[in-house]
Design a binder for this molecule. Structure first.
Ligand code: GRF
Length: 199
């Protein structure tokens, strides 16, 4: 199966996927990595692995819809079976969702529907929860609202600060991403009434 991965940052989730794809039995390979900014370190990881990269910046387009159309065309050119947002910090628009809405997954560092948005671990700590975690889901038009594929729980420990909790979540999040992307590409999936079934 062909994976296109979108990143905005460090790309540790991307790195975990690249490692997993090195095993032919995993059933997938990363055919391209895209970013919305030049500085995304994930692009360097991709280049080091010999994977083609592209950058599509909102600022290079007259408006958000034009950016969305350009991003959609870029991704489509690589004919992905699954598109993965791995720390991609832009919300895609209608063109992208029309093209990939049934096969665009995102990983979020909180247990949705709690703590959507870009500060999941910080918000969870501020609320005082005892269990945090990560959610893998299919992206829809909302912010972190799509059908859930998998969730993993992580304990919150006394004395945790944002950095410590964020890192503990990321370890579990990476493992979950690798496991479930593998299940999706090897076995397929169905989505009915928001319920995602993976073999
Ligand atoms: C992940 O924890 C994701 O949930 C959040 O940003 C992080 C991306 O990390 N939105 P990386 O770029 O894969 O290292």
């Amino acid at each position: 199966a062909r994976l296109v991965v979108l990143v905005s940052g460090g790309g540790s989730n991307l790195a975990a996927l690249l490692d997993a794809c090195a095993d032919p039995g995993y059933g997938a390979r990363v055919v391209a990595v895209g970013a919305d900014r030049d500085a995304a370190a994930g692009l360097d990881r991709a280049a080091a692995a010999g994977v083609p990269t592209f950058v599509e910046k909102v600022a290079d387009h007259p408006d958000r819809a034009a950016w969305d159309a350009a991003l959609t065309a870029r991704v489509r050119a690589h004919t992905p079976d699954l598109v993965i947002s791995a720390g991609f910090l832009k919300l895609v628009g209608p063109d992208f969702l029309a093209a990939f809405g049934d096969r665009y997954v995102n990983t979020h560092n909180a247990l949705l529907p709690a703590f959507p948005g870009i500060h999941g671990p910080r918000d969870a700590l501020a609320y005082g929860v005892k269990v945090a975690g990560a959610t893998l889901f299919f992206v829809d038009a909302g912010v972190d609202t799509g059908p859930i594929i998998a969730q993993v729980a992580v304990e919150v420990r006394d004395g945790d600060d944002e950095a410590a909790l964020t890192e503990r979540i990321k370890v579990a999040e990476r493992a979950q991403l690798v496991e479930y992307v593998g299940r999706l590409v090897r076995g397929g999936w169905t989505i009915r009434d928001r319920k995602v079934t993976t073999p």
